[in-house]
Design a protein around this ligand. Sequence first.
Ligand code: UDP
Length: 345
Amino acid sequence: MRVLTVVGARPQFIKAAVVSPRLREVAEEVLVHTGQHYDRELSAVFFDELELARPDYELGVGSAEAAVQTGRMLEALAPIVAAVRPDWVLVYGDTNSTLAGALAAAQAKVPLAHVEAGLRSYDRTMPEEINRVVADHLATALYCPTPHAVENLRREGIERGVVLSGDVMAVALRRIPPDPEVLARWDLVPGGYYLVTVHRAANTDDRERLGGIVAGLGALPGPVVWPVHPRAQARLSAFALPLPPNLRLIPPVGYRAMITLEGAARAVLTDSGGVQREAAWLGVPVYILREETEWRELLESGQAVLTGTDPARIAAAVQAGAAVGRPAPPTDDPVTAIVEDLRRR
Ligand code: UDP
């Protein structure tokens, strides 16, 4: 079996790093890096730290408006799919790289496998929602992280090829230990700071929303550490938003540093899908800087609370608190479920 895997963004490197070694025990994997994320701190650090195999192809598409970026990826992927002649194209999550991989597979009549299938925000103004809906509707094998994801697909009429595999992000978290040096590097003490990430276009590209988040963070009673995604950094500068004194902007960090910062935070405020799950699994209260989440389980357990981007609502939600039960990350074995299912097909 030959599998052409398409990755391009930070969370995909983390997920592929978990699946790829096992996949390579049963299949020949050809890895394509689209270049959607290209800064060292969003890309190369994860290949080094998580020992992800070097890509066989690097498309180097770089940043661009979604249509242009996806178009460039598709144009570059088509001859690669034709040359490699894979049995499967494998994509992860919901980025433009996911969309391009899915379309390239469909156009070449190669079956598509989608890891993290079935997630929905039901907000089609989100580029990620479009990407995941298209990928799911083109996929032959759909690996769902949660029962809600299976149900979402069923409601769209997709039942064939659906597997409740569990969440590969939980495997990464189980596998990598925290780094004891990290807190000292930023002069932090456990429970003594809030941790923030913001990267969704709806939050970074809207002055009022980004300003609301920044103001809400300014009202928190303690230092706020924010590893800033380049998109958010560019907008913070462009909008010339005044930064409150408790805010500490740091560059994006590697995976091990990130999960260490999450696990020792008093609370995590984020619009990231990965960060909200990790923080919850680490027993840290989570405040989601959005009006909805694809990870409804976290709301149902009370571990995560939706705050939107209104400053008063953010501050009030953090003051009211969220449940801090400590569910271990799911203990199922998503990697085996995915690899064995692909092999059997
Ligand atoms: N992450 C990281 N360094 C950072 C910020 C995030 O390693 O500075 C990790 C985080 O722990 C999680 C993943 O990146 O595993 C989440 O990626 P992102 O927020 O970009 O995407 P999403 O999960 O929303 O798709």
